[in-house]
Design a binder for this molecule. Structure first.
Ligand code: SF4
Length: 312
C-alpha cells in the first residue's frame, strides 16, 4: 500500500471504520473505481482497483490500510474471488487501467500458496486492459512469463536500501537487494518504476542521492515518491519501534504538521524540501519523476502512478 495508497476503494464511506464486518467487505464488488472520492491531492488518471486478498501479511509498520480493515495483518482470500472476477471483467471497458493492489500487496506471503494474483493475471489476459502492479515482493518474478504477455507496468516499492532498517520497518517483505534484483530482471521485459516511499524523515531521508543512483542501476524508468502520513495505529507502531524519534516526530507531525484528507502530513514546507530533493536526484539521473498525493504536481515529469509507462 504501498504504502502505496491513501484511499482504499474496496471500501465505501460507510465502511470506513475499523469495525467493518468481513462479510460486508467480501460481498462488495472486486473491481472498483480508484479513489471514488477524488482526493484533492490525487492526480491519478481514471482507473480501477483490484485486490485478491483482504489484509496484508507484510506487516509494514507505516501501513495506512490497517487503520480501516479489521484484522488487517491476518490476510485472507476474498470469498469466491475467482468466480466473481470472471463475471466482473465482462463489465470493464476496453483499455481500462486496473491497478493491483491498493489495500494489500498482490505478492504478499499468502500468494505463494494461494496463487490468486497469478490466476488474476490469467483472467485479465482475456480482456483488453492495462495492468499496474504495485508490490514490495520479489515473488513477482515467479509470474514473469505471464507478465511478459500482458500490457503491464510494475511499480516496486522500497523505503530504504538499508537491509536492517527495512527488516524493522517491513518485517515480512523481500530485502531491498531482492527487490532491486526483481526490478533488474523485470525491466528487461517490462516498464518498471520504483516507488521510493514512504519517505520517513529523517529515518530514511539521509542518503537520497545514493539511493536514487542505485535504483537507476537496477533499470527503473521512473521514481515515484511520497512522505509518510500518520494514522493513529501506524504512529503507535512507529513509536514503539523507534522510541528515539518520539519527540521529533511528535513535533513534526502533531505540532507542526497538517491534516489532509484524514491523514496527518508533515507541513508543506518540509514536504517540499524532501520531495524536491528526491526530484532533483532523480532528474540528475535522467529518470522520470513523480510525487504521489503531495501537492507538488508541477515537479512531475510523468503520471504520478507510473501509468505513462504503458506501451500504448
Ligand atoms: S502491510 Fe501490505 S498493504 Fe500495508 S504498506 Fe505493507 S505492503 Fe502495503
Amino acid at each position: 500500500m504501498d504504502t502505496m495508497w491513501l484511499y482504499y476503494p474496496a471500501l465505501d464511506k460507510e465502511n470506513i471504520d475499523s469495525g467493518v464486518s468481513l462479510t460486508k467487505i467480501n460481498k462488495m464488488n472486486l473491481i472498483t473505481a480508484f479513489d471514488p472520492w477524488q482526493g484533492k491531492l490525487c492526480s491519478c488518471p481514471k482507473k480501477y482497483s483490484l485486490s485478491a486478498y483482504t489484509g496484508c501479511g507484510h506487516r509494514c509498520l507505516y501501513c495506512y490500510a490497517s487503520f480501516y480493515i479489521k484484522d488487517f495483518f491476518r490476510p485472507r482470500p476474498k470469498e469466491d474471488y475467482l468466480g466473481r472476477l470472471e463475471k466482473e471483467i465482462k463489465k470493464i471497458p476496453d483499455y481500462s487501467i486496473i491497478t493491483m493492489a491498493n489495500s494489500s500487496d498482490p505478492y504478499q506471503p499468502i500468494e505463494k500458496t494461494q496463487k490468486l494474483t497469478r490466476e488474476t493475471l490469467k483472467i485479465l489476459k482475456k480482456i483488453n486492459c492495462k495492468i499496474n502492479i504495485v508490490t514490495k515482493s520479489h515473488l513477482i518474478l515467479r509470474d514473469l512469463s505471464l507478465l511478459k504477455d500482458l500490457n503491464v507496468i510494475v511499480c516496486v516499492s522500497l523505503a530504504t536500501l538499508d537491509k536492517k532498517l527495512a527488516k524493522k520497518l517491513e518485517p515480512n517483505v523481500s530485502s531491498p537487494r531482492q527487490r532491486l534484483s526483481a526490478v533488474e530482471k523485470l525491466s528487461k521485459y517490462l516498464p518498471v518504476a520504483v516507488r521510493l516511499d514512504p519517505l520517513i524523515h529523517p529515518l530514511t531521508t539521509k542518503k537520497i542521492n545514493q539511493t536514487i543512483q542505485t535504483i537507476k542501476q537496477s533499470g527503473s524508468k521512473q521514481i515515484i515518491t511520497s512522505t509518510y502520513k500518520l494514522k493513529p495505529d501506524n504512529f503507535k507502531r512507529m513509536l514503539k519501534a523507534f522510541p528515539q524519534y518520539k519527540d521529533l516526530w511528535q513535533k513534526l507531525y502533531l505540532k507542526d504538521g497538517e491534516k489532509i484528507g484524514g491523514y496527518t502530513y508533515l507541513n508543506k514546507q518540509l514536504r517540499e524540501i524532501l520531495i524536491n530533493e528526491v526530484c532533483k536526484a532523480t532528474k540528475n539521473e535522467k529518470l522520470e519523476f513523480s510525487s504521489c498525493r503531495e501537492g507538488f504536481k508541477k515537479l512531475n515529469t510523468k503520471n504520478c502512478d507510473g501509468s505513462s509507462l504503458f506501451k500504448n
